[in-house]
Design a protein around this ligand. Sequence first.
Ligand code: PLP
Ligand code: COI
Length: 354
Amino acid sequence: MEIKFVKRENLKAKPDEYNLGFGKIFTDYMFMMDYSTEKGWYDARIVPFENLSIHPASTVLHYGSEIFEGLKAYRREDGKVQMFRPMENIRRMNTSAERLCLPEIPEDMAYEALMTFVSTEKDWTPSAPGTSLYLRPFMFGNDETLGVHAVHNATFVIIASPVGSYYKEGINPVRIMIEDEDVRAVRGGTGYAKCGGNYAASNRAGERAAQKGYSQVLWLDGVERKYIEEVGAMNVMFKIAGEVVTPMLSGSILPGITRKSIIELLGREGIKITERLLSIDELEAAMENGTLEEAWGCGTAAVVSPIGELCYKGVKYEVGGGKIGEVTQKLYDTLTGIQWGKVEDTFGWTVEVK
Ligand code: PLP
Ligand code: COI
């Protein structure tokens, strides 16, 4: 694939690595390419980071045809930069594209786009503890007509942002509100796809939770409001009476890459993890009788995030004494160890960016 490079006149000053926050600072360049049914993917280019110009009737603005991914590049102690399981994100993006009737990108093309772009922006990968270069590939339907139909024109973009921790709490436990009114997704809907609409639908409950001091909401299934699904930006795992449980992939939750990695990590450690239906009644009973030993969320942005409090129907339950649990800590250490190149990657998950 030919990737055109448009050089910018002046590079931006690099930010203070100890004050990055999440997703507020963007690098010098972005990757772009366009699609039409006639031409396929065309005009791959790396251009200065700038505002996009789109037609006011563009599909994405009216009908929400948008999908995205999130992955990170990490600065190792030896100065090299590596990405974590990028092919997993590429595959999931194509699954999302299929669901939203957006065009898929051949895997080798998407990989080359990502690699070339990250290699261009490698110097932006911070090295302060807990920081990384967050990569946000996204695609939107860009037909210039108000008719509702599968997309004929689309744009794919990758932007990058040096980030610190997603939650202000960092690795300290977060407080999560269990949502019993709004639902995020239903089976048959778009829950398993990473599309912007899922997040738009989540915002009302998220705001209500935030006003009460909670970081995010924990969703129940959209049909019976009975089974635990996932948190706003992460999958969720519980240790109940010695058993590690995570909601099974039912079609309405995002198949997280961190979730998948943790399942593989626990398997190697010989710790059993069960993917199954977990009802709110079972969780409530475990919170009441003290058998809920640990709870954590996991995701690219959130990493492994201990949950110190769950609130359901106005009742607050402290989890694990409000402190990070043993399994949570071990998972955090091993996973971040592999990601930052401090622990040997025997899984072959990391890919060096040259
Ligand atoms: N669930 C939702 C709704 C998310 O937004 C994310 C973040 O991407 C995850 C789960 C975790 O997925 P991953 O581990 O692939 O980042
Ligand atoms: C990620 O973890 O990459 C996500 O996409 C979460 C995001 C909504 C901030």
